[in-house]
Design a protein around this ligand. Structure first.
Ligand code: SF4
Length: 504
C-alpha cells in the first residue's frame, strides 16, 4: 500500500504521459500554452526523478479495492491508514485532511471521511487495488446537471443523448481551465445524485485509450474530445489548442423522475494507479496503467522559444514600485527573484482584521500551500510548492493588497472583477503560475527564511521564501485587462456554436 501511495503521488501513469505528449505536439510553439505545457512536462520528470509529489495538493485519496470473498477488510483498512501516515511523514503527501468545522489539520491525512476506501468482493483469488488522488482545484470544477434544463449558451437540454452532450460540453467550458487543464473528464449518466457522481469518478479509472463498449457512449466520448478542444480554453485557461485530453462516460439506471448527468473533472496531474496484489502476502504482482513505453520529456525541445516569439520577459524583485507594476501588460512573462510570502485561505481571512506578521509593502504574495519537511537540525525544506486556486481569495484580495501595499499576487486560475478593479486602483498585478508544477517551483525556492502564523497548519501558514528564476505570466494587469475574461468570452462564443442537435 505504501508503494502504491508513493508511486501514485510521484509518477504519472503511462497512458496519461502519452496524452500529455500528444497535446504538447499539437500546441503552437512559443505560445503561453506551450510554455505551460513545457513547465508541466519538466515537472513530471522532476517528480519522478526525485520521488516527490507531482503536485503540492496531494488531494483526496480514493481507493477502489476488489477483494476475494472472505478477505479481512478491517486489516486492509489498517494497512492503508498506516501507509498513508508513513507517506505523509516522508513528504510524499501533504497533510491534507482538515476538520470541516474547526479547520484543524489532522496532520497525517487520516480523519473522518479521509481517505475514501471502497471494497467490493468478487470470485478471484487476488486483490485488485486502485488509487486515484484528486486535488481540490479540479474537484471544485466537478458539476452535476439535472435534465431537462436550460444550459447557458446551448439552450434547452432534454432527457436524451443530445441533452447529455450539451451538459458535458458545457462542463468543460465552465471549468475554464481552472482545474489545471489540459484535463480529463469522467461522466456519470443516471443513478441518483450521489451514485451519479460516483459513476463519473469511476470513469477516471479507465485507460485513456480504451474504447467504450457502448456504441452511443463511444460516439459521445469522441465528439466531446474533439469539440472541447475547439473552445480555445487551452492549458491553464491561457487559450490554445489543448483543453481536454480524455473523456470517458458510463451510464446506469435511474428513477423515471430524475435524470442526472455528473462530470468529474481531473487536472493534468492525473494521479491514478493500480496493482494486483497477492491476497496472502499483500505484495504487488503487477502494476496497472503502465503498458507500453514510459514517456519522459527530458529530450523534448519542441517547446523552446523561437525568434518569432514576441513574449516580453520582465524580472521583478521585491520591494516592487507602483511604476514597475504599471509597465506590466497581460501576456508578459515575469521572472521573480528574491522574496515571496505564501498566503492562502486562512491567511487572507486573518489579514482582514489583523496586522501582518511582517512588512508587506511592495511585496509579493504567493497563493500556495507547500509540502514542507523539517530536518533533524530543525531546518525547513520545501518538497512541493505549486500555486493554489486564487478565486477563493476573491472576497479579500483587493482589500488586503490596498491595506498592506502588496504589489503582486501569484496563483492559478485568475481572479474576479473585485480584484481586477483593485489592481487598477492600487497598481497591482495578478501573475498566473503553472498549476500543479510543484516540483518546478520548489526548485526555484532557494531558501526558507522563516514562517509565521503556524497555528493555521503547514499548508496555511505564511512561509517566507527566497526564490530565483520563478516564472509566471501576467494574466490580470493594472490597466483593467484580464486574460481570463477574454478567454471566457471567446470560449462562450465558440460553445454557443454547438446549439444544434447532433445526436438523435
Ligand atoms: S494540478 Fe492543479 S487541480 Fe490538480 S491537484 Fe494540482 S493544483 Fe489541484
Amino acid at each position: 500500500m505504501y508503494e502504491l501511495v508513493v508511486e501514485t503521488s510521484t509518477n504519472l501513469p503511462y497512458d496519461v504521459r502519452r496524452a500529455i505528449k500528444e497535446a504538447k505536439e499539437r500546441e503552437n510553439k512559443g505560445t503561453r500554452a506551450a510554455l505551460s505545457l513545457s513547465t508541466i512536462t519538466e515537472n513530471i520528470d522532476m517528480a519522478d526523478e526525485h520521488v516527490l509529489p507531482i503536485c503540492q495538493d496531494t488531494g483526496m485519496l480514493t481507493f477502489e479495492i476488489k477483494v476475494p470473498v472472505g478477505a479481512n477488510q478491517i486489516k486492509m483498512k489498517e494497512a492503508i491508514h498506516s501507509a498513508i501516515r508513513q507517506a505523509t511523514k516522508d513528504g510524499k503527501l501533504r497533510p491534507n485532511s482538515v476538520d470541516s468545522l474547526t479547520g484543524e489539520n489532522s496532520g497525517d491525512n487520516i480523519g473522518p471521511g479521509t481517505p475514501i476506501i471502497h471494497f467490493e468482493q468478487r470470485e478471484k483469488d487476488y486483490i485488485d487495488a486502485r488509487l486515484i488522488i484528486k486535488g481540490g482545484g479540479c474537484e471544485n470544477k466537478n458539476i452535476q446537471y439535472s435534465l431537462p434544463m436550460e444550459i447557458e449558451g446551448l439552450g434547452r437540454a432534454g432527457r436524451d443523448l443530445d441533452g447529455i452532450r450539451k451538459c458535458v460540453l458545457h462542463s468543460v467550458y465552465q471549468a475554464q481551465g481552472q482545474g489545471c487543464s489540459a484535463g480529463f473528464i469522467g461522466v456519470g449518466i443516471g443513478g441518483d445524485r450521489i451514485s451519479s457522481y460516483e459513476l463519473a469518478k469511476k470513469q477516471l479509472l479507465r485507460d485513456v485509450n480504451d474504447e467504450n463498449e457502448n456504441e452511443k457512449l463511444a460516439q459521445l466520448e469522441d465528439y466531446i474530445l474533439e469539440k472541447a478542444n475547439t473552445l480555445g480554453i487551452g492549458t491553464m485557461g491561457f487559450g490554445g489548442e489543448a483543453t481536454l485530453l480524455g473523456c470517458k462516460a458510463g451510464s446506469m439506471n435511474r428513477l423515471p423522475a430524475s435524470f442526472f448527468v455528473s462530470v468529474a473533472y481531473n487536472c493534468w496531474a492525473f494521479r491514478r494507479l493500480g496493482a494486483t496484489l497477492d491476497a496472502e502476502t499483500g505484495s504487488i504482482q503487477e502494476w496497472m496503467y503502465k503498458d507500453g513505453e514510459k514517456i519522459t520529456f527530458a529530450d523534448d525541445k519542441s517547446d523552446q522559444k523561437d525568434e518569432s516569439d514576441e513574449r516580453k520577459e520582465v524580472v521583478l524583485q521585491a520591494p516592487i514600485t507602483e511604476e514597475q507594476i504599471r509597465e506590466l501588460k497581460v501576456g508578459d512573462v515575469v521572472i521573480i527573484n528574491g522574496d515571496l510570502h505564501t498566503g492562502r485561505d486562512a491567511i487572507h481571512h486573518h489579514l482582514m482584521d489583523h496586522d501582518a506578521p511582517i512588512d508587506l509593502d511592495g511585496q509579493i504574495i504567493y497563493h500556495c500551500g507547500p509540502v514542507m519537511l523539517k530536518d533533524k537540525q530543525g531546518e525547513w525544506h520545501v518538497k512541493a510548492a505549486g500555486p493554489t486556486t486564487s478565486i477563493r481569495e476573491e472576497p479579500y484580495q483587493g482589500d488586503i493588497m490596498k491595506k498592506f501595499g502588496i504589489r503582486a499576487v501569484i496563483g492559478k486560475g485568475g481572479m474576479g472583477p473585485k480584484t481586477l478593479k483593485a489592481l487598477e486602483e492600487h497598481g497591482g498585478v495578478y501573475l498566473n503560475a503553472i498549476g500543479g508544477a510543484a516540483q518546478y517551483y520548489a526548485d526555484c525556492i532557494k531558501k526558507v527564511d522563516g514562517v509565521d502564523l503556524m497555528e493555521f497548519g503547514i499548508p496555511e501558514a505564511m512561509w517566507h521564501l527566497k526564490v530565483e528564476g520563478f516564472a509566471a505570466i501576467v494574466t490580470m494587469d493594472s490597466h483593467g485587462n484580464s486574460l481570463h475574461e477574454d478567454v471566457d468570452k471567446t470560449s462562450f462564443e465558440r460553445l454557443a456554436k454547438h446549439k444544434e442537435k447532433v445526436f438523435a
